[in-house]
Design a protein around this ligand. Sequence first.
Ligand code: FAD
Length: 479
Amino acid sequence: METQPIIVWLRRDLRLADNPAMHAARESGAPVVPVFVFDEEEAFAPGGAAKWWLHRSLRALSVDLTAAGSRLVLRRGRGAETVAEIARSLNASAVFWNRRYAPAHVAADKKLKADLTAAGVEAKSFSAALLREPWEVETKAGAPFRVYSPFWKVLRAAGPSREARPSLRKIRGLPKSPFTEDLDSWGLQPVHPDWAWEFAEVWRPGEAGAHEALKAFLDETAEYYARDRDRPDREATSRLSPHLAFGEISPLQVWRATHARIEAGELDREVGEKFLSEIGWREFSYHLLYFNEGLEAAPLRAEFAALPWRKDKKGFAAWTKGETGFPVVDAGMRQLWRTGWMHNRVRMLVASFLVKDLLIPWQDGASWFWDTLVDADPANNSASWQWVAGCGADAAPFFRIFNPVTQGEKFDPHGAYVRRFVLELSQAPDKFIHKPWEAPKDDLASVGVTLGKTYPARIVDHAFARTRALEAFRSIRKD
Ligand code: FAD
């Protein structure tokens, strides 16, 4: 029996089902040593909210691995170096991992592959996080895509490149498991203050929680998805984003489960396709991330680097705290702070407000999201901010500036979403819930609202801000 172990370096693939690197290691017959390295210095190291998630996801994975007869090895340090050192100390025959796609990660993994190979250790990488590898989807001319629709058309027609694999029930390890650190000693959970206290009421990190979320969505909500996905006052989306971001479930598993419901006649095909096309946006974001170094920092339309952005510390602070005086913006930012997540439509509104109404660089907003989202994702966060800011490859035009009042009235018509997160306005009349400054003072006073005291006055006038943004945009326009 093979005694030299294979190391599986786990990153954002914290699952035992449909995990190609784990499956390949297990099928080799060699003892398998699953390793996770917490590397605070790596590109896209998790922010505060994602650390909360990571802690719980690792704990869940560790329990599942133990149940399968294995043991998760936890270490802190530089990722590749630590893995190479473990491989050396255990005299491993191979190191397997599932691929990452940020250019910095690709470079680090390539170097590790070269180093291991030079040391006589096999290094093998697998496709696990996407339906198809970024380089497998190309234009007729053989180039990467820069526009979503044709990208999705090609990927949708090709379909996934592999079959989903069932969960690993039994994994042989070494007779004596290597040293592992204590997860609790990593300090991933906030303590003083515990700003994440509400997260646990909303989320169940880990592979079981991911499948529970998918099943609940397909059983209860999916049929309303196409109609209601833009309504933050309704629970119409899957909330799979953090599970996908940590790889607790793969897009392939989501794809297969959705198709199974369609084929069984339990889900309308068009609705199911609409949902899968959002998974398609995730694939597209990864395509952009892979082919564009610095997606998180440099605008894809280079002229945007010269936009006359404003330095506005006070405005930025008001935005982060949900104290801009625009109810739907404030509700979104408070939902983010309280639950580590925000509805997609509201993400678009708050991002547009920061970038266009306040003219604050999109990178500042992306950093705040990075720190506060449990689903913070290198591809989706960077690509979406570029999209809203108008500087992305396939972006909303800069001059399409969301009006936070009319958008609120359209997508949260009775203000139920605002009332849930902006408690000061919970009794405000429907008519003024998205524009309390237009309400007669007495009407507001009778429900306990005094603008500028119990709820902030608007930090900017939208009509003025709109003109200012358009002028700034005109200054960089190249036509
Ligand atoms: P559903 O509507 O149920 O969609 C299913 C899955 O498809 C999602 O879980 C997600 O993986 C993917 N998806 C859906 N919409 C998008 C989209 N527009 N772009 C890319 N993928 C999408 N998503 C993240 O996962 N991480 C981020 O860091 C992130 N940052 C964002 C920042 C901004 C400014 C904006 C406008 C959007 C951002 N998104 C991000 C995309 C989107 O808002 C979330 O994926 C979505 O709200 C998650 O909720 P859900 O799982 O219920 O989505």
